[in-house]
Structure formats: structure tokens, C-alpha cells
Design a protein around this ligand. Structure first.
Ligand code: ADP
Ligand code: MG
Length: 700
């Protein structure tokens, strides 16, 4: 038995060196196995023939059968082309060609019956189809139930005639070469049997040449299984390896500092959920192994207090701790919160280090860090610079993780002889199945309870022309002493139109509310200007803040009770949820108003409905994943995975994600180092997949 999977594509019939280079450059395909795992992005049922009278422009590729009743060469205008009228007795459709005009003219004999296959669209109010696939109907062998696969190709490939059809043909050749047993099995036999999976060779064949829809589904299931199974196996294995080898600093006791804080300085009784996660972490940090933990807690669930408590454990055990935040605003806010909570504890010191820290202060801070006299430091990316040297770093906390890559996490490790414990905090709730894979190398703690007395934010969806009633509502809240945010989308801080909307919105609010003070914050302001505006809002000096999404994460002004989100249709669900989380932080009833135009796509309408319907971050995350697919959730789906996914989908296949994890766990439980003969194949597969591993340093 020979495995043809490793054969270079250069040597495959129909490819050759030139095309092989295209495949390598454009599609990252090198060997036969890459091609076999180049899955069709869709299938089209060629068994069904549509009537022309049934066609609509929003249909996908369809097949029609009829005759050309007239044709016309159009040589004027920008581009000479050929049009022909095609009829099947139920109606007519215009067929258009821009290329190969002579050849086509010869082909379309009016007496002959043709099968056309293409995408209907509307041009000049008339139904048309450009460059359909064309076959004479009598020679066409249309098997009942034939599903024709379609493959993505790049423009460059198409230009050299390397289209979906050509790829299909090459794959056909691969199967001919492979014979019955040329495609190696990649799953252990025990798994195949236990889970009743189709053998690999057959599954791949069905995927490229499906017999029918049912068998195709079974085949796809098998390949999805394999993909997810190996992701779990790899993550779980690394985890056990890291567990047993990665030595960690031992924080043997909760320590006097935490006790003092808890007894004398804590501003409020922690929720049970806060206590629970602190306990989980203290166990980790006492274990002698490095902690690698993800803390998930919805906006407002009180992650800051938790962070401070574990930092105090570090300090109580004689170690330093740091918090790294993605923006200066957030870092500053953390610093202020910590300073406030620690104000009664003179033995604990905390400093802030960002890009705009003055040189003189920086020097002082860095030397205090190096000599160990500084306990805690809060900062931005500035913290991972090489000039930042700790005396004894024991704990590194990363807030809003999705903006930090794995590589950056790794740089924090390097700052101590024994790697510090790592706590990653995120307010973006991640559906369980996603957390399992994207953060598979982390343990997960969840704060599943909000501090008492919170009232869920009431959310309403308004259309742009209801300004007057909105303003009345805002004024009513302001008169009760509350404050209001108005947020504009400004995706890229250089977008001119967006910027104009923002500043116009600012002017509008000043005019509409002359008796109140309005401030504005956006990314183009200098750090001081930003600070000034934030302070004027936080202190209550101004009552309305017009801002961009710079306030998306972390900003905490409990007196603010209204969040108006302008052009809400332009935000994703998780972003809307983050923004809404800026209000509802005090005991008062808070409100979120989603402003959109009248014309909304179905997707947008659903997003608004989800926001109005629930304030539960996990529910929103699930909905988000269903609506958008997991890839967009945090932009890190692929970057958190050991290998990229080609066929499985973390959102759509969430049950299989769970199931394959269990199977991988069972396999490792029975054979932790994968030594049995049956598991050799798994070890080999892991090794092969690891070779294709994503290069972290490039993507982070
Ligand atoms: P997160 O960072 O998780 O979004 P924060 O740590 O900013 O949330 O906390 C949100 C608000 O809740 C803050 O005003 C904080 O002071 C308050 N808070 C946190 N924990 C508690 C608690 N146990 N009881 C009452 N208020 C709390
Ligand atoms: Mg926070």
C-alpha cells in the first residue's frame, strides 16, 4: 500500500511545474493530500432543469434546456459582445458572451437543443446569463441526483484556464491513481469503529464525487470529525505536557495583604462568583505549576476586583504583578480603580506605564520595578518592551485578551526566570464550544453573576427620524442628574465621512442641549485632550459625551444612564453589547437606544432584535456566532487554533466540537502518551499537521 498523499503536485497529471507554482502561491497547496482536502465550497444539483419562466435574478447557478432562437453581434460600444435569445417554450432569456465570440457563434446552431448552466441576473430590466456552461442536450449525460462540486480559485488561476472544472478533473485523476487503497487512513481504527466513521479514502471520494446528498453528508461528517478531533488531541496533549513540565511560582498562602484588604479595605462584599473564581486561581497558583487561565465575565461583572485580589496574593507572597490593557484609556482607568481601592494600604504601591508616560516618571518607575520596591504596574503594550525589567514578576494579567496575540503573551513569560502566572480577562463572552478550541490551552473561569442591585439595561430600537422624542427622553434623564453617551461608528480613525458625522453629532447635541455641557472623545485627540474629556465626563462636569468606540471597553461612569448608539446597523452584536455595557453600572435604571435608518437588511434587523431581547452576554455571543460565523467573533478563530479548519465550522458544528473533544479525552485517558500500535497513526497525523502550523509571530 502506498500513500499518494505526499506526492508533489508537480507530478500530478494535468498540473505540471507552472500550475504547481500557482497552486503553491495562491492556494498554499503543495502535495496531493492538500488537493484532496481542498473542499468544494458548494454543490449544485445538475439533475434539476429549471423552466425559464421560473427564473429569478436572486437564484444561484441553475440549469436550463432549450434552443437559441436568435443571435446578434454587438460591435459598437466599449466592448464587442455576442448576445443570443434562448427559449424553452416557457419564456426567453438573453445569453451574453464577451470572449471566444467566433467559437460560440459556430456552436450555437439554432436547430439544436442545449443545456445551459449559469447564474441568472437582471440587466436593463431583462433576465440574462453571461458565459454559461454549455452542452448539447443529446450528448449531455446528466445522472439523476448528480451533485456538481464547485471549487474556489483565484483570478490568476482562472486566467490561465485553471478553473473549478479543471480542478475537479485533476482530482478525478488522483482517485484513478490512488486505486482502492492509495489514500491512507488518518484516524485510529478504534475511533473509526467506535464512532462509526466512513474510511478516509471513501469519504474524500464522496466529497469530490458525491453519489447523493446523504452519503455526502456522512462523508463530510467524517472529515469534520477528523479535523476537530486532531485539534482537540493536539491542544489536550500540549496542555498535559505543559502541565507536567511548566514549573510555576508557588504562592503558598493567600497572604497578609489579601487578608488585610478583605477585612479592612474592600469597597463591597464580593459576589459568590467573584469569590469562586479567586478561589480557583489561588489553587492554581499554589500548585507549583504555571497558571494559564482565562477569566470570562460579562461587562460589569466585576473583573477588576478579582484582578486586584489575585494581585494581592502575588504581593503577599513576595512577588510583583502587572496588568496589561489594550488602550491607554483602559490602562488609566484600571490604574485609577486600583489606586482607589488600595488607598488605605500604604504598604502596597502601584504605578502606571504607557506610551505617554513622561521620561522622568518612566525612569523612576522602571528603576522601582527593577529593584522590587514597586508591587504593581498597570500599562499598555509599553509593558512588554525590553526596557521593562521586573525584580520578581509572579503574575501577569492581560485584559481584553482578544487584542493580544499568543506571541505577546509569550513575551510576558520571558520577563521572569520562572514564568509568571498568566490570567487573561475578557468581557467578550465566548460560547463554550469556541472557548474550548480557541482558548484550548487555557483553563477557563467564569463570573456568571452580576453584582447585586443591577437592573438590566432597557434597550430600544429607534429610527433616525425619532430624534425629537429621543431628545425629550434624554433631557428627562439629564434633569434627574444622569449622564448620557452618544456613540458614532468610526471604524478607521481616518474615515472622513465618519469623522464628519461625529463632529456634526457633537455640534447637534450642543445645540439641542444648550443648558448642558457636551464633551467629545475620539482616537485623533492627543492623550491629554482625551484625558481631559474623559475626566470632565467622569467627574460629572459634562453631562453628554459624544464619542467613538474608543469607549467600547472598560470605561466606567456609573452615573451614566443612557447609551445612544448612532448608525447601530454598522456595529456587530458583540460590539453593541460592549457599548451597552458602559451603562447600567449603577443602581439606577439605564437605557440603550439603537438608532438606525429605516432600510435594514434581515441580518441587521435580527441583530437589533437580539439586542432588544436580551442583555445576557452569552446569549448574545451565541446569536452572534450563528449570524456571523465564528470567524468574526473576535477575529481570532484561526489564530487560536493549532491548525486551521478547512471543512468544520465551530459555530455550525458545535455539537461535533464537543463530541470530538470527549473522544480525544478518552483516547488520551486510555493511552496518555499515544504508544499503542493503533494510535501510531494519530501520532503521525499530529506530526504532519504540526508542520503546517500557523506561524504565531507572523499573525500576532
Ligand atoms: P468589568 O471589568 O467586569 O466589566 P468592573 O470591574 O469594572 O467590571 O466592575 C463594574 C462595576 O461594578 C464597578 O463600578 C465596580 O466597582 C462594581 N462592582 C464590582 N464588584 C462588585 C460587587 N461585588 N458588589 C458591588 N459592586 C461591584
Ligand atoms: Mg473591565
Amino acid at each position: 500500500m502506498t500513500d499518494i498523499g505526499n506526492k508533489s503536485l508537480k507530478y500530478q497529471a494535468g498540473i505540471g511545474p507552472k500550475r504547481a507554482e500557482l497552486l503553491a502561491n495562491d492556494m498554499d497547496m503543495h502535495v496531493v493530500d492538500d488537493m484532496l482536502q481542498f473542499y468544494p465550497y458548494k454543490y449544485v444539483d445538475r439533475s434539476h432543469i429549471y423552466k425559464i419562466s421560473e427564473l429569478r435574478a436572486d437564484m444561484p447557478y441553475v440549469q436550463i434546456c432549450g434552443r437559441f432562437i436568435s443571435r446578434q453581434m454587438v460591435s459598437g460600444g466599449r466592448m464587442p459582445h455576442l448576445t443570443a435569445t434562448f427559449s424553452d417554450g416557457t419564456g426567453t432569456i438573453e445569453i451574453v458572451w464577451f470572449k471566444g465570440l467566433n467559437y460560440v457563434t459556430e456552436q450555437i446552431n439554432p436547430n439544436e437543443l442545449f443545456l445551459l448552466f449559469g447564474k441568472p441576473s437582471i440587466f436593463n430590466h431583462k433576465l440574462n446569463m453571461t458565459h454559461p456552461e454549455m452542452e448539447k442536450a443529446d450528448s449531455a449525460h446528466v445522472d439523476a441526483g448528480t451533485l456538481q462540486p464547485f471549487y474556489n480559485t483565484t483570478e490568476r488561476m482562472k486566467k490561465s484556464g485553471f478553473n473549478s472544472k479543471a480542478i475537479h478533473k485533476i482530482i478525478r485523476g488522483i482517485f484513478v491513481d490512488a486505486g482502492d487503497d492509495g489514500i491512507m487512513e488518518t484516524l485510529p481504527q478504534s475511533i473509526l469503529t467506535k464512532c462509526n466513521l466512513m474510511p478516509r479514502g471513501k469519504a474524500l471520494q464522496q466529497i469530490h464525487f458525491p453519489t447523493n446528498a446523504q452519503t455526502l453528508e456522512i462523508a463530510r461528517y467524517r472529515m469534520k470529525f477528523e479535523e476537530l478531533f486532531y485539534i482537540h488531541l493536539s491542544l489536550l496533549r500540549n496542555k498535559t505536557i505543559n502541565r507536567s513540565h511548566q514549573q510555576g511560582v508557588v504562592f503558598a498562602k493567600a497572604g497578609a495583604l489579601l487578608n488585610d484588604f478583605y477585612k479592612n479595605h474592600i469597597p463591597f462584599e464580593p459576589t459568590n462568583a467573584q469569590k469562586k473564581v479567586v478561589r480557583e486561581m489561588s489553587v492554581d497558583m499554589a500548585s507549583g505549576r504555571q497558571m494559564n487561565r482565562l477569566l470570562q465575565g460579562d461587562v460589569g461583572s466585576g473583573k477588576t476586583l478579582v484582578a486586584l485580589m489575585v494581585m494581592l496574593i502575588a504581593a503577599g507572597n513576595g512577588y510583583q504583578a502587572c496588568i496589561m490593557a489594550p488602550t491607554e484609556i483602559l490602562a488609566t482607568q484600571h490604574y485609577e480603580n486600583l489606586s482607589k481601592m488600595l488607598s488605605g494600604m500604604s504598604s502596597v504601591s502601584v504605578a502606571l506605564l504607557t506610551g505617554s508616560t513622561k521620561k522622568k516618571d518612566r525612569t523612576k518607575i522602571l528603576s522601582a520595578l527593577a529593584d522590587g520596591s514597586l508591587n504593581f504596574i498597570v500599562g499598555t503594550h509599553a509593558l512588554i518592551e525590553d526596557t521593562v525589567v521586573f525584580n520578581k514578576l509572579g503574575l501577569a494579567i492581560v485584559d481584553e485578551q482578544h487584542r493580544f496575540g499568543v506571541a505577546q503573551r509569550a513575551r510576558l513569560w520571558a520577563k521572569a526566570t520562572i514564568p509568571p502566572h498568566i490570567l487573561v480577562m475578557t468581557a467578550t463572552p465566548i460560547p463554550r464550544t469556541l472557548a474550548m478550541t480557541v482558548y484550548g490551552d487555557l483553563d477557563v473561569s467564569v463570573i456568571d453573576e452580576l453584582p447585586p442591585g443591577r437592573k438590566p439595561v432597557m434597550t430600544e430600537h429607534y429610527f433616525h427620524n425619532s430624534r425629537n422624542s429621543l431628545n425629550k427622553f434624554i433631557r428627562d434623564q439629564l434633569q434627574q442628574g444622569r449622564q448620557c453617551y452618544v456613540v458614532y461608528p468610526l471604524i478607521d480613525e481616518s474615515e472622513k465621512m465618519d469623522f464628519k458625522n461625529l463632529t456634526e453629532g457633537f455640534e447637534y447635541m450642543k445645540e439641542a442641549f444648550p443648558e448642558y455641557k457636551v464633551c467629545m472623545v475620539h482616537g485623533k485627540l492627543s492623550a491629554e485632550e482625551k484625558d481631559e474629556a474623559m475626566h470632565s465626563f467622569a467627574s460629572g462636569e459634562s453631562q453628554i459625551m459624544v464619542a467613538t468606540t474608543v469607549i467600547e471597553v472598560g470605561v466606567n461612569v456609573p452615573n451614566a444612564s443612557i447609551m445612544v448608539i448612532e448608525s447601530a446597523e454598522r456595529f456587530g452584536l458583540s460590539q453593541l453589547h460592549q457599548l451597552r455595557g458602559r451603562v447600567g453600572r449603577g443602581a439606577d435604571q439605564s437605557y440603550c437606544v439603537l438608532m438606525t435608518s429605516y432600510k435594514l437588511s434581515d441580518d441587521t434587523r435580527r441583530r437589533m432584535e437580539v439586542m432588544v431581547g436580551t442583555t445576557d452576554g452569552f446569549e448574545i455571543a451565541e446569536a452572534d456566532m450563528r449570524l456571523r460565523g465564528p470567524g468574526d467573533i473576535s477575529g481570532t478563530q484561526q489564530s487560536g487554533l493549532p491548525f486551521s479548519l478547512r471543512i468544520a465550522d465551530l459555530a455550525k458544528d458545535s455539537q461535533l466540537v464537543q463530541y470530538t473533544r470527549e473522544k480525544a479525552q478518552e483516547l488520551l485517558a486510555a493511552d496518555p502518551s499515544l504508544e499503542s500500535a493503533d494510535n501510531v497513526v494519530a501520532v503521525e497525523r499530529l506530526r504532519a499537521l504540526a508542520k503546517q502550523q500557523i506561524n504565531w509571530s507572523e499573525i500576532s
